[in-house]
Design a protein around this ligand. Structure first.
Ligand code: SF4
Length: 92
């Protein structure tokens, strides 16, 4: 199934250099903070974060979240998904 990425048309980062969202080297923290400022104004922030979590995107800032934040959210998402789909004892 082809994912629906129509939300990208409304992204605050549309047309920006994608490197602004991928931290590198000594300026990583400053880059992440700069990217977050753009994300804070983005009308599709939730869709972006969901997409990154669901697809396992592990690099860069997505939905205003750093790589570490995305990893934490992904772990929660994966654990919840495993619980709800693989365990017959999962709560309804
Ligand atoms: S939340 Fe940030 S990375 Fe995601 S589309 Fe918006 S501006 Fe781009």
């Amino acid at each position: 199934m082809i994912p629906n990425l129509d939300w990208l048309e409304h992204a605050a980062c549309a047309g920006m250099d994608p490197r602004a969202f991928f931290s590198i080297g000594n300026h990583a923290r400053a880059q992440v903070n700069s990217a977050r400022k753009v994300c804070a104004t983005c009308p599709v922030r939730e869709q972006c974060a969901s997409w990154a979590i669901e697809t396992g995107e592990s690099n860069g800032v997505w939905g205003g979240m750093s790589q570490q934040e995305l990893r934490k959210k992904r772990r929660r998402f994966t654990n919840r998904h495993k619980t709800s789909t693989t365990s017959p004892k999962a709560p309804a």
